[in-house]
Ligand binder design. Sequence first.
Ligand SMILES: [Zn+2]
Length: 83
Amino acid sequence: MRDMRLLLLIAAIVGVFLIVRTLLLSNSRRKAPLPERLKEQGTVVRCAHCGMHVPQFEAHRSGNRMYCSREHALEDARNHQDG
Ligand SMILES: [Zn+2]
């Protein structure tokens, strides 16, 4: 009878330990910091070629103008050269 109680006590301690460990692990996972990029998404610029709005960190700069892609920056530069 005494051995049975001891086994139940050990099982209870192990159970509590596992529950606490699971809670601690899920907590630390939820606290993961937001990517830096998300914070910068507030700033949006307009492509000087097609007028599309893109986040500043994704925009391509050419002189004073901003573009949605490198292709549009090159294309616009080529158009200006031809006149
Ligand atoms: Zn564009």
